[in-house]
Design a binder for this molecule. Structure first.
Ligand code: NIG
Ligand code: FE
Length: 405
């Protein structure tokens, strides 16, 4: 069915950002059209432009008067760990009282604590909790959400988590688009002698079993000191590549170990975190299509300095922002709030900010048919009840998004 959105105060097309492959963006690249209209069917955008130029052939189609609204490309949260049991509010209190994220992990807290709580929860409980979280995230105007497995950390539970994410994907499609990332290599349970043993016993065989079921959209691994090594990472990426599965990487978060260079070399969709990224890694990403995804909510929440976003942008990287919503290092599920608060600190201009949560975030999930509003792309939008785009992030912490008619 064809629909026509008419009389939008502002239509934020991001077409110039798409043309520039999401790099080297200037404020005017937002491509804003005032008093705009958009025509689309279930699959594609058919036309976008100034309302007074709406082609007459569409004048009889079902139309909606959206005076007082702003339409943007759909907001995409390209990095979440939203499927988990229990919570870690006590660790949060410990951090406030002076214990670091790393110290808490060393004494058996952190991911391994959530592993226990996740294993204690039934598939139905995990599914229900995830539904609540997805619906809350969607209520902020986010239309596509990546969900990582990774708190089961044994064969049976990791398999169950990947299959629960697949159930969630089917339940919410097409309204909410879910991407299923396999992160069984999130931490090494104490019962394994080494990360390599855990990879051999759990990660590789499980990926081999799940691949033909067509449930996994990408693999990811926590390449970090005391977690997974460069050898583990390269072996996983080679295996994923041989299975035709995309790759993403938790890179250079707590230490610089040239993660972003590995991500570029294996043509990863994204390298995420990058708090400690080196100049050579910035060079490597610059020559690649790998999106540099920053998770400033995590830096805020574990008390670390932010990633050097301005240096990365000036070098010509494709930058995205995501929430990293998880029970430990960022218990905030509101990407728009995180983006609004961090943009000034990261020194993003407005086109960089919006591209980071729409176009480049979609590319970080391999979703190359969305992220701008122009004919031929998928009709995935976010609608705000307000008069200008600036009001959306200016009103940080308020939710101005409304359902699409
Ligand atoms: O992205 N770094 C690995 N995973 C999460 C942290 C998960 C946790 O603390 O539970 C992250 O920050
Ligand atoms: Fe993460």
């Amino acid at each position: 069915m064809i629909k026509v959105y008419r009389h939008l105060n502002q239509l934020v097309t991001l077409s110039p950002c798409l043309q520039k492959d999401g790099r080297h963006l200037l404020p005017e690249d937002l491509g804003i059209i005032e008093s705009a209209a958009v025509v689309f069917d279930d699959h594609s955008i058919l036309w976008a432009g100034s309302d007074d130029q709406l082609p007459t052939e569409y004048s009889k189609e079902k139309s909606f008067n959206l005076t007082g609204h702003v339409l943007t490309p759909e907001i995409v949260d390209s990095h979440t760990h939203l499927i988990f049991g229990g919570d870690r509010s006590s660790e949060y209190a410990d951090r406030l009282n002076g214990t670091s994220y790393e110290e808490i992990a060393k004494r058996g807290g952190g991911i391994l604590f959530t592993m226990k709580e996740t294993n204690a929860a039934s598939p139905d409980e995990l599914f229900q909790k995830a539904c609540e979280r997805i619906e809350r995230i969607h209520s902020y105007g986010v239309g596509s959400i990546e969900i990582k497995s990774g708190y089961g950390l044994n064969y049976a539970k990791e398999k169950a988590l990947s299959l629960i994410i697949d159930r969630l994907k089917k339940k919410y499609a097409p309204k909410i688009q879910i991407r299923n990332t396999f992160l069984a290599a999130h931490d090494v349970p104490k019962s394994f002698a080494s990360s390599a043993d855990y990879m051999k016993e759990v990660v590789f065989p499980l990926l081999t079993e799940l691949a033909p079921l067509d449930v996994i959209d990408a693999v990811d691994i926590f390449h970090e000191k005391n977690y997974f090594t460069t050898e583990d990472t390269e072996a996983l990426f080679s295996h994923a590549r041989s299975l035709g599965i995309s790759r993403k990487l938790h890179a250079d978060e707590l230490n610089d170990n040239h993660g972003a260079e590995i991500a570029a070399r294996f043509h990863c969709l994204s390298a995420d975190h990058l708090l400690k990224i080196s100049d050579s890694s910035i060079e490597a990403l610059k020559k690649s299509q790998t999106v540099a995804t920053l998770l400033p909510g995590t830096a805020f929440f574990i008390g670390k300095p932010l990633a050097p976003a301005r240096r990365m942008l000036d070098a010509g990287l494709k930058l995205a922002l995501a929430s990293d919503f998880n029970p430990g290092s960022c218990h905030c599920d509101n990407l728009l709030l995180i983006a609004s608060v961090s943009a000034q600190q990261l020194k993003l201009n407005q086109a960089e900010l919006w591209t980071a949560i729409t176009l480049n975030a979609a590319h970080a999930l391999g979703l190359h048919s969305q992220g701008a509003i122009q004919a031929g792309l998928n009709p995935r939008f976010t609608l705000f009840k307000t008069e200008t785009l600036s009001q959306v992030t200016y009103s940080w912490g308020r939710n101005l998004s409304v359902s699409l008619p």
